[in-house]
Design a binder for this molecule. Structure first.
Ligand code: NAP
Ligand code: GLV
Length: 313
């Protein structure tokens, strides 16, 4: 590995934490932080990236693998010059998974127990007890039963919710009803009171949280979007909330990030906003997996958690 170089490009991940993780695990690899404004032909063996500028990866020479700094890879595949011949690996990590499940459990409970109503009552100095629905009569549906969706479903089980998930392929998880493919989406939505989106953003899933989807949910449903802003038509959600068909929403991701100050989402009384922090990548833990992938590639193999470019996730 001597003489190898790694280029780190991210507008938001802390370079110092990543540099220190790589220095301790692979001290022979040269670590360079870049804004992505590299000159064509710059040599790099490895690229570790979040939202790299379009064309940046194609300008690097000698790349053996591109590592996404997130579980999602839409931020890389949006680049029209993405070099498709180079393996792309994504983050699958126990701390990321645990963080997402904490977020999902927190917000499913918040919608089920009417937390926003409590907060509004407190702000108004109003003592107004109300009964929450029974958990075993509350139907939670998770769009995407992959690494994150499946773990979230497992961690919701002890609360007694009626659980279901929607994915491309059928799943066999005890206590979680499986719906698969476009043909079963309507039935999945019709049985879902609290909808959680944990899908990858692909051409097939872009805009999936729209007025037609919301109309299929039962009256009083809530939605939690912890996947990507591109999944949600924001104006459709606001209309469904204002008409009273939907009761609430939690949004961690947005069409434009940071969420613009004049967005009607900020002050909306039925929406909880978090700033794309549902699950953050842990540098110490994730660098171990990346270094393991580098060893596999040097030995002629493939990286861990390689993305299937035909599927787009
Ligand atoms: P994953 O393991 O690849 O799982 C994706 C799931 O979505 C799979 O169950 C897959 O079905 C399903 N799916 C994909 N396309 C579909 C389609 N067209 N129709 C039906 N189901 C479809 O991904 P993950 O690791 O769970 O991550 C999911 C997403 O979470 C990431 O892509 C990222 O955008 C987001 N995320 C957000 C944050 C945050 O902080 N907000 C943090 C981490 C990740 P199959 O199982 O049948 O393939
Ligand atoms: C974060 O958004 C991720 O994709 O990991």
């Amino acid at each position: 590995m001597s003489g190898e170089t790694l280029v780190f490009i991210s507008p938001s991940d802390p370079p110092k934490a990543w540099e220190s993780a790589f220095r301790s695990l692979a001290p022979d690899i040269g670590f360079t932080v870049s804004r992505g404004d590299v000159t064509p032909g710059t040599r790099a063996d490895w690229a570790v990236v979040w939202k790299p500028p379009a064309g940046a990866l194609a300008r690097l020479a000698g790349l053996k693998c591109i590592f996404s700094l997130g579980a999602g890879v839409d931020h890389v595949l949006v680049d029209p010059d993405f070099p498709t011949g180079i393996p792309l690996a994504r983050v699958v990590d126990p701390y990321l998974t645990a963080g997402m499940s904490e977020y999902v459990v927190l917000h499913v409970l918040a919608h089920h127990r009417g937390l926003m109503r409590n907060l509004a009552d407190q702000a108004a100095g109003r003592w107004a007890p109300f009964a929450a629905k029974r958990a075993d009569e509350t139907r939670v549906g998770i769009l995407g039963l992959g690494e994150l969706g499946l773990d979230a479903a497992r961690k919701l089980k002890p609360f007694g919710y009626r659980l279901a998930g929607w994915s491309q392929t059928r799943k066999d998880e005890p206590g979680v009803e499986s719906f698969a493919g476009t043909d079963e989406l309507a039935a999945f939505l019709a049985r879902t009171d609290i909808l959680v989106c944990l899908l990858p953003l692909t051409p097939a899933t872009r805009g999936i949280l729209n007025s037609a989807t919301f109309a299929l949910l039962p009256e009083g449903a809530a939605v939690i979007n912890a996947a990507r802003g591109g999944h949600l038509i924001e104006s459709d959600l606001i209309a469904a909330l204002d008409e009273g068909h939907m009761a609430g929403a939690t949004l961690d991701v947005f069409q434009i990030e940071p969420l613009p100050g004049d967005s009607p989402i900020w002050p909306h009384p039925k929406i909880m906003v978090t700033p794309h922090m549902a699950a953050l990548t842990d540098p110490r833990s994730t660098a171990i997996t990346m270094v393991e992938s580098m060893a596999r590639i040097r030995a002629g193999g493939r990286p861990l958690y390689e993305v299937d470019l035909r599927r787009g996730y």
